[in-house]
Design a protein around this ligand. Structure first.
Ligand code: ZN
Length: 313
């Protein structure tokens, strides 16, 4: 769909002729001759996925969410990492999904999102359109690109890319603690430390709540400095500076932390400012009408460019 409201800098020169204007009206962004990520596709994936409904651990819908991912990646290199989490409600079966796209260079870049919703919000119809849903859609659309680039046994130009859909990011109880949160990534980081996989990971890039129509990604203080710089470089290429790193974010607990703690270069791409005074966060207001193809296009552009830049290091 044309999105004529999203015209960026440089527009004045381009409007010199009616022809140029017509082109602009037909294209989602002002920047000419630059391929953009398919945020509309990511949004559509998010819509399909979120339509499953609330999907907290132990629920029927969680199994539907698992089936959705399994079906989507049935022809890819999919690993299901099953484990039992020790939680305030007792042992809970959880499952991370890892999809691997091979690269020419030795080593891997992990792109991660959690995919479940909060157990403690099970009574309010919390569907997590932005929180878990939007970034699941984003990674599904990124997978489409990586799949095309690796079709017929080809390899990606840089490092392998592993997409991680992790379980149990959210706390089970309403009170977030270090022991009641990040179940999937804590489990996986420990497992990958034991089996040596962790040493292969060049970067761990987390996507969280960045489908928000009003995109303002904070600068997470615990993210690795060089990786922040690489993302900044990617942001600059597209002229997306106004959406990124305007505000600092200190002491945030999120899925990158188990990897940060083990010395893996990591970054959290998060917009924890969702609705007026963050009033949509963890409420029944976190619905599809609050997220946009435009934001997912920005995310996808920056993620794909970041992967490319890391591959050149
Ligand atoms: Zn959340």
């Amino acid at each position: 769909m044309p999105q004529v409201t999203l015209l960026g800098p440089g527009i004045a020169q381009l409007c010199a002729t009616g022809f140029a204007l017509a082109l602009l009206l037909l294209s989602p962004f002002a920047a000419p001759a630059q391929q953009h990520f398919n945020g509309a596709k990511a949004l559509e994936y998010a819509r399909q996925y979120v339509s499953i409904g609330p999907r907290w651990p132990t629920s029927q819908n969680h199994q539907k969410a698992e089936a959705f991912l399994r079906s989507h990646f049935q022809h890819d290199q999919l690993e299901e990492d099953v484990f039992t989490a020790s939680t305030p409600i007792g042992p809970v079966a959880m499952r991370n999904f890892i999809v691997r796209f091979p690269g020419k260079k030795d080593g891997a870049i992990v792109l991660a999102t959690h995919y479940e919703t909060n157990y403690w919000l099970k009574n309010i119809n919390f569907v997590g359109a932005n929180d878990g849903g939007s970034t699941t859609g984003l990674l599904l659309a990124i997978a489409d690109q990586l799949r095309a680039q690796t079709a017929g046994g080809k390899k990606l130009d840089g490092y392998s890319v592993w997409l991680l859909f992790d379980d149990g990011e959210e706390s089970i109880g309403s009170n977030w603690t270090d022991s009641d949160s990040l179940y999937g990534t804590r489990h996986l980081a420990a497992k990958w430390a034991r089996d040596g996989t962790l040493s292969k990971i060049k970067a761990f890039i987390l996507a969280d709540m960045i489908g928000d129509k009003d995109l303002d990604i904070q600068r997470d203080s615990q993210s690795t400095a060089w990786l922040v710089d690489v993302v900044r470089q990617a942001v600059k290429k597209f002229g997306y500076e106004r959406y990124f790193f305007k505000q600092p974010m200190n002491g945030l607990s999120d899925d990158h932390i188990p990897f940060v703690q083990r010395g893996v270069p990591s970054i959290d791409i998060i917009d924890l400012n969702y609705g007026p005074n963050n009033s949509y966060h963890h409420t029944d207001k976190d619905t599809m009408d609050k997220i946009s193809a435009h934001s997912l296009t920005i995310d996808g552009d920056v993620f794909m460019e970041t992967i490319r830049l890391i591959g050149q290091r």
